[in-house]
Design a protein around this ligand. Structure first.
Ligand code: TYM
Length: 373
């Protein structure tokens, strides 16, 4: 069998990801047209991230809706590894999470894994990870999650609750499973080996609190799936449901190939970037355009390999007709990359101005969302 020329793990995404192949490799299921229709039956409309197949894969989504039909409503769980400021890519799964919260009136547990980032990043201290956890929480709050239905916590500051439950998972999780799943070796620090136990806890925490089993649905990008594969194997052995999940693709970086990643700050837009910095990054972006304007006009550009077009599709143009028009003009050579980038930069700057305002206001609201013990 041919070697894949891409890598997707919770800590590294590189190469040209073949999502069809990834679904097979990870053993998830592609979301079928029938399943999109089923979602639409509950939500009345389909979120643009669903309509555009940016959320494309799942585990047990039909089951979660079967339970819902029986009156057994699900809660949502998602998270963030606070190794730095939030970037636009992180917001993609959070947008769908918010929509699901609204449509299904669902409770949300939002985990900030300051412990994970401490274990996995040699250069980060506990204090730095914890500080970023609360900075990232501001972004979550700024997006407008329902304060009565959203609990945000950091692993260290909710450790009393978390550790007790994580220990139950850890007792069922062997070193050989983590080696096979994540490629760990004898040299890997034991904190990292233990860590999946922590990420598993919110997948059953609501059941612990309620004293009965409650289905859980986890929206995330597909890189996090290996954690939940392990978690799903263990849950029934602890008497809990396996969590369901819905997976999105990666927002690319502004360079050629690769996902948006904080480790590549020049091709990554952080929510804390000044609008001017974001504009500069976008203006310097790689595109699917031709070498000269003359050639672009004659042959048209290639939106399918163009991060600028992906940003329109994944975040900044939610109207399908307008998106199609950008695509058409690009293919027909009517839109130059320079103009396209300037248009996108305008949108991105407007988003940042408004988001940053909400983000500052969120500082006063933190106490309403954060749970500690
Ligand atoms: P983290 O901080 O790497 O990423 C946070 C969320 O963003 C997704 N993501 C992206 N989505 C689209 N485009 C991108 N370029 C992109 N980069 C990252 C991730 O899949 C994730 O959904 N270990 C986790 C924290 C965590 C978590 C969870 C995530 C704890 N519990 C439950 C999801 C669900 C982490 O480091 O995520």
């Amino acid at each position: 069998m041919a070697e894949d020329n891409f890598t997707v793990t919770p800590w590294e995404v590189s190469g040209n990801v073949d999502y069809g192949r990834l679904v097979k490799k990870f053993g998830t299921e592609a979301i079928t047209d029938k399943l999109y229709d089923r979602i639409k039956k509950y939500t009345k409309d389909l979120h643009f991230l669903l309509r555009r197949r940016i959320f494309f894969s799942h585990r047990d989504l039909n089951w979660v809706f079967d339970e819902y039909d029986k009156g057994n409503r699900f809660y949502l769980y998602t998270g963030r590894g606070p190794s730095g400021h939030t970037h636009l890519g992180h917001i993609v799964p959070w947008m769908l999470t918010k929509y699901l919260q609204e449509k299904f009136d669902a409770k949300l547990w939002f985990q900030m894994t300051d412990d994970e980032k401490f274990f996995f990043n040699p250069g980060l201290s506990i204090d730095e990870c914890s500080r970023f956890a609360y900075e990232n929480a501001l972004d979550v709050i700024a997006l407008g999650f329902d304060r009565k239905k959203t609990h945000i916590f950091t692993d260290f500051d909710y450790a009393k609750t978390m550790y007790r439950e994580a220990a139950k998972v850890a007792k069922k999780l062997t070193f050989s499973t983590t080696k096979a799943t994540f490629g760990f070796s004898n040299e890997t620090n034991v904190g990292s080996i233990f860590y999946t136990s922590m990420q598993s806890v919110p997948a059953f925490l609501e059941s612990v609190k309620a004293g009965k089993n409650i289905p859980c649905l986890i929206p995330h990008a597909i890189d996090q799936d290996p954690h939940f594969r392990v978690c799903r194997d263990i849950m029934p052995r602890l008497g809990y449901y396996k969590p369901a999940a819905i997976h999105c693709r990666f927002m690319p970086g502004l360079g050629e190939g690769g996902k948006m990643s904080a480790s590549q700050p020049n091709t990554c837009i952080f929510t804390t970037d000044s609008p001017k910095d974001a504009e500069n990054k976008i203006i310097r972006a790689f595109t699917g355009g031709r070498a000269t304007i003359k050639e672009q006009k004659e042959k048209g550009g290639n939106p399918d390999i163009c991060p600028v077009f992906q940003y329109w599709a994944m975040m900044f143009e939610q109207d399908d007709r307008k998106l199609q028009e950008i695509r058409r003009k690009c293919l027909a050579g009517e839109l130059t990359c320079g103009d396209d980038k300037r248009m996108l930069a305008e949108k991105a700057m407007a988003f940042l101005v408004s988001h940053q305002e909400k983000r500052e206001k969120a500082r006063d609201k933190l106490k309403d969302y954060i749970v500690k013990d």
